[in-house]
Design a protein. Structure first.
Length: 403
């Protein structure tokens, strides 16, 4: 009994000094062990690619941080920050980068959470990466690699091809918080989309129509002049208005300009054997010009609806005698007879050409080749890989089965 009354005093005497120097941390966040066992969301890379196979496990390499994270069930800003930045106490900074999140305790599956600011992102290719490593004092160090592209990648900068669907789903700049008529890189804009709901982080091209198509037998699209690029920062589904940043401005941008998702980068495509015979025509060029040649991009009026696939080859044809055609077009036929053929000082008459055949009765020759690098429903973009002479708008091209 004496021992029973002595033990609490001894225990209290030992515990009080320890409590005097203790520091308690109260948190309603999950423990690191609980965070490690939670399912992870699919990562949305900065170039829009998703992991192959649809796996819910992250496929990012150690230290890689994407521009956006797609929220999955059970995710919190606490564990998202802990996974990507190796510091869960980074969550207030992540919250500050997402003004659309009004309450940090309520994020929903499918939400896009911005992890990197625009200045921290290297855009333009799948090889562009941003790595973040912790520093002393709880901060982070951001390192950006230069973007790399496969050899042969094609870029369209000042002009591009917009399909009818691109144009019909385009939006328009309806306002801006800037006090100025002309907008440029770094400015914010308000873009209204009536027929589509953009995702945060998507890039859109600001454009103006530039060139009509020629020899097209249906409405296939338009060549557009690129004015700049905007990136979606937030989306108001109730008002159908996106808040965007201008990340590229080739020309001054005004309110009322059209905005659309237009493909302007084309990766190298290996050749694929044609599985059908098909006739098409060159209806436009992204860069406004009358003639084109090797290594230029042209648009033909046949696409996926006609069975065209990436890597299919079109052959550029020629029928007839081009010299006779050019002489006839220029009205210089009389000069053909004013030639001293035998060098005797007298003009000789031209040989009798009365038996010459019309152009449509002469053989067809192949003088060029093109490879399909992008396919739309009604049109395709092709890279001219070989051309013996210049190409004109309206020129016929064919696909041959087995080639």
């Amino acid at each position: 009994m004496r021992f029973f009354w002595r033990w609490p005093w001894v225990a209290t005497a030992l515990a009080v000094p320890a409590l005097a120097h203790a520091q308690a941390t109260v948190s309603d966040e999950a423990t690191p062990a609980a965070i490690a066992t939670r399912p992870r969301a699919t990562i949305t890379l900065s170039n829009g690619a998703a992991p192959a196979g649809g796996s819910s496990q992250p496929t990012a390499t150690a230290g890689f941080v994407p521009e956006f994270h797609t929220v999955n069930s059970g995710d919190t800003l606490w564990d998202i920050s802990g996974y990507y930045f190796e510091n869960p106490w980074f969550w207030p900074r992540v919250w500050a980068r997402n003004p659309q999140i009004t309450n940090p305790h309520w994020i929903y599956p499918g939400d896009q959470v911005r992890l990197l600011l625009a200045s921290e992102v290297v855009s333009g290719g799948p090889a562009a990466t941003t790595t973040i490593s912790p520093t002393r004092g709880g901060g982070v160090r951001i390192e950006r690699s230069a973007p790399r592209f496969p050899r042969g990648t094609i870029f369209l900068r000042e002009s591009a091809w917009a399909t009818t669907d691109d144009i019909s789903y385009s939006g328009s700049i309806v306002g801006a918080p800037e006090d100025g008529m002309l907008l440029s890189e770094g400015d914010q804009t308000y873009v209204e989309f009536e027929r589509r709901a953009p995702n945060v982080g998507e890039s859109y091209t600001v454009y103006a129509e530039a060139q009509a198509t020629q020899a097209a037998d249906r409405d296939s699209g338009r060549v557009v002049r690129v004015l700049g690029t905007v990136v979606v920062d937030s989306w108001d589904a109730h008002r159908h208005i996106a808040t965007c940043r201008i990340t590229e401005s080739l020309e001054p941008i005004e309110r009322g300009e059209r905005v659309a998702m237009i493909q302007r980068q084309f990766l190298p495509v290996p050749p694929v054997a044609n599985d059908r015979d098909l006739t098409a025509h060159i209806i436009a060029t992204p860069t406004v010009r009358t003639f084109s040649g090797s290594n230029f991009v042209v648009i033909v009026d046949r696409g996926s609806e006609d069975g065209v696939r990436l890597g299919n080859r079109f052959f550029i044809l020629q029928r007839g005698d081009p010299w006779r055609t050019s002489v006839a077009d220029q009205g210089r036929g009389v000069r053909v007879q004013e030639i001293d053929r035998d060098g005797d000082g007298h003009v000789d008459h031209a040989p009798d050409a009365s038996n010459s055949r019309p152009n449509d009765e002469l053989p067809v020759e192949v003088f060029g080749e093109m490879t399909t690098i992008a396919v739309h429903p009604r049109t395709s973009l092709c890279l001219v890989t070989l051309s013996a002479h210049e190409l004109e708008l309206g020129a016929p091209v064919v696909m041959r089965r087995g080639y």
